[in-house]
Design a protein around this ligand. Structure first.
Ligand code: NAD
Length: 466
């Protein structure tokens, strides 16, 4: 069945249609879920070239980065989900305490119902469809509200979804704040939001009024720490890759650098070599260096750099939405560039001399989404990973942790709540129903009133039975 053109703001009707479709029970069947995932993958492959073109128009992004970060990631998530779905959906037997004898128990993942997915502009296809894959796998219906800042990608996304699914199963609603606000007025069974911490609070507030559970995938200032024993050249290349991929518009991009003072000079030298090696002397001409999403966002970044000491880069071109890869010498901590998530190709650089300085420095920007640590020192690795609060991260790398479907991906505190990818996404968008199944015999009289002095026996028995 094709998608229909809905009346503007006729979202109540859309939700009702999805609820009715869900009630038919079709989405509960494994065959339906697998078939839906297969069709989605097939249609993505058919439209790959259009996807590349859309991302190129929206973000000036090269095909390699779009393939790696959007399309290939989605193929991997679909394949992993298809291969694992039977196991994930199966009842999960649990140990049953003797006190509950004679019984068995299990946990059964069941669909939640109608999921609303609200996505941002920086990876506008992947961040709309990865939650959708989890939603489909878990047997839900879904409405996707993509970002208004990447309209070409929103168009191709809507086209793909319309080709694959009837709107009462999966639908795309294009629009901005007004449409999102109208959608937030409805009674969803779950809201999956990816975006800024600021808007995350709006989403959580709206959801709280109706007690709708939320997953919030937000941002923050992710630190990148380089210790004096790190391999300077390789670390610099990996930091530059993580920082300037998609022009720094990545939620898990290193936000600022904290480098040991002994290696600072060498590290900056290698960082500059890496930038020149990646994008040449004039990155505006590089086919591999992207653009900022809009003039408004470009202007914000230009303002962040102004009045800062520039170590490298700093050039910009508002009309072309271009900001050069830029390194800043330790901006004041109350400067705007350190008061908000940078989300662009600007890297402030600070130094430390004692490892004890690292945790208090990072704690000034609490609960980052990611943390990156470059060191061979295993004690320091353990200390930093265990003592600092952050969503997830890498040792001796940047951003790669996102690519593992075997690990939960999510933030902590201001960088989000809940997680997804692989089985974590399936669990996140399922209800894990606990069932205890008893036989009729034996039917021990101990539990029933009149209790009399049975409490004495209960006290003796329970410690042995639990
Ligand atoms: P954003 O919060 O401005 O917008 C996200 C979505 O919310 C969009 O669809 C937008 O239309 C909608 N929206 C915006 N304002 C709204 C409002 N007042 N009420 C209701 N809906 C509203 O985020 P963005 O600028 O698109 O994306 C950048 C942010 O997203 C960064 O902070 C980044 O760190 C974060 N992000 C996080 C992840 C993650 O996985 N944790 C991934 C990508 C981006």
């Amino acid at each position: 069945m094709a998608q229909v053109q809905l009346q503007e703001f006729d979202f109540e009707q859309l939700l009702k249609k999805q609820r009715d479709f869900f009630s038919t029970g079709q989405t509960r069947k494994i065959e339906f879920r697998l078939e839906s995932l297969k069709k989605l993958e097939k249609t993505l492959r058919v439209h790959e070239i259009e996807i590349f073109a859309a991302l190129n128009q929206d973000l000036g992004r090269c095909d390699f980065e779009t393939y790696l970060a959007e399309v290939a990631y989605l193929y991997a998530e679909i394949t992993h989900t298809k291969d694992s779905l039977a196991d994930w959906m199966a009842p999960r037997p649990q140990n049953t305490p003797l006190a509950l004898a004679v019984s068995s128990s299990y946990v059964l993942p069941v669909p939640l119902g109608q999921v609303l997915i609200i996505s941002p502009w920086n990876y506008p296809l992947q961040l709309a469809l990865a939650p959708l894959i989890s939603a489909i796998a878990a047997g839900n219906t879904a409405v996707i509200k993509p970002s208004e800042f990447t309209p070409k990608t929103a168009d191709i996304l809507a086209k793909i979804i319309a080709e694959v699914f009837p709107y009462e199963f999966i639908s795309v609603v294009k629009g901005g704040i007004a449409e999102t606000t109208a959608l937030l007025d409805l009674k969803w069974n779950h809201i999956f939001f990816t975006g800024s911490t600021q808007v995350g609070k709006v989403i959580a507030g709206a959801a709280a009024k109706k007690l709708i559970p939320v997953t919030l995938e937000l941002g923050g200032k992710s630190p990148c720490i380089v210790h004096k024993d790190a391999h300077v050249k390789i670390s610099a290349k990996r930091v530059a890759w993580g920082k300037f991929f998609n022009c720094g518009q990545t939620c898990i991009s290193p936000d600022y650098l904290l480098v040991h003072e002994d290696v600072k000079a060498r590290f900056i030298e290698e960082l500059i070599k890496a930038i020149n090696g990646f994008y040449g002397d004039n990155p505006i001409k590089s086919p591999d260096y992207g653009r900022i999403v809009s003039e408004k966002h470009t202007l914000r970044l230009i303002n962040l750099v102004s009045e800062q000491k520039i170590l490298f880069g700093g050039e910009s071109d508002l009309a072309q939405k271009y900001i050069a890869p830029t390194l800043l010498e330790s901006p004041k901590l109350d400067a705007q560039v350190m008061r908000e998530e940078i989300f662009g190709p600007i890297l402030p650089i600070y130094t430390y001399s004692q490892t004890e300085e690292i945790a208090p420095f990072v704690a000034q920007f609490p609960g980052p989404l990611s943390l990156y640590l470059f060191t061979k020192n295993e004690l320091l690795q353990r200390d930093i990973i265990e003592s600092i609060s952050f969503g997830g991260g890498c040792i001796n790398n940047t951003m790669y942790h996102f690519g593992s479907l075997n690990m939960p991906f999510g933030g902590i505190g201001p960088s989000g709540m809940g997680a997804y990818h692989g089985v974590t996404g399936f669990n996140q968008l399922s209800h894990l129903k606990s069932i205890l199944k008893s036989s009729f015999r034996p039917d021990l009289p101990l539990r029933y009133p009149p209790y009399g002095k049975k409490i004495k026996l209960l006290k003796k028995l329970l410690p042995w039975l639990t």
